[in-house]
Design a protein around this ligand. Structure first.
Ligand SMILES: [Zn+2]
Length: 95
């Protein structure tokens, strides 16, 4: 049984909240037009890959650059702790 457009939209909101569907969902293996709520980039991706959490290609590049920066540029303790808090509020830094 295939999903309806509405079902896909609901599922996408749960699994990939940063991605907004702007095209019409047809089926899982078809391309659907979506928009990134973070950088407003519009692209087309396979519907099923979006439900697997596929991120916006533009944001992926930005994140990659930030990761590289993290390797070469040493973070201060405070910066690191702040970032850690954003990722997981349950983690406490001991050293
Ligand atoms: Zn983006």
């Amino acid at each position: 049984m295939s999903k309806t457009h509405e079902q896909f939209k609901c599922e996408l909101e749960l699994k990939n909240p940063l991605v907004i569907i702007i095209g019409k969902y047809t089926k899982a293996t078809d391309y659907v037009k979506v928009k990134c709520s973070r950088c407003n980039n519009i692209w087309e991706a396979k519907a099923y890959s979006l439900l697997q959490g596929r991120a916006c290609p533009k944001c992926r590049v930005i994140r990659g650059i930030e990761n590289n920066k993290g390797k070469t540029h040493k973070k201060t303790h405070d910066e690191f702790q702040k970032e850690l808090k954003q990722i997981n509020n349950g983690i406490t830094l001991l050293s």
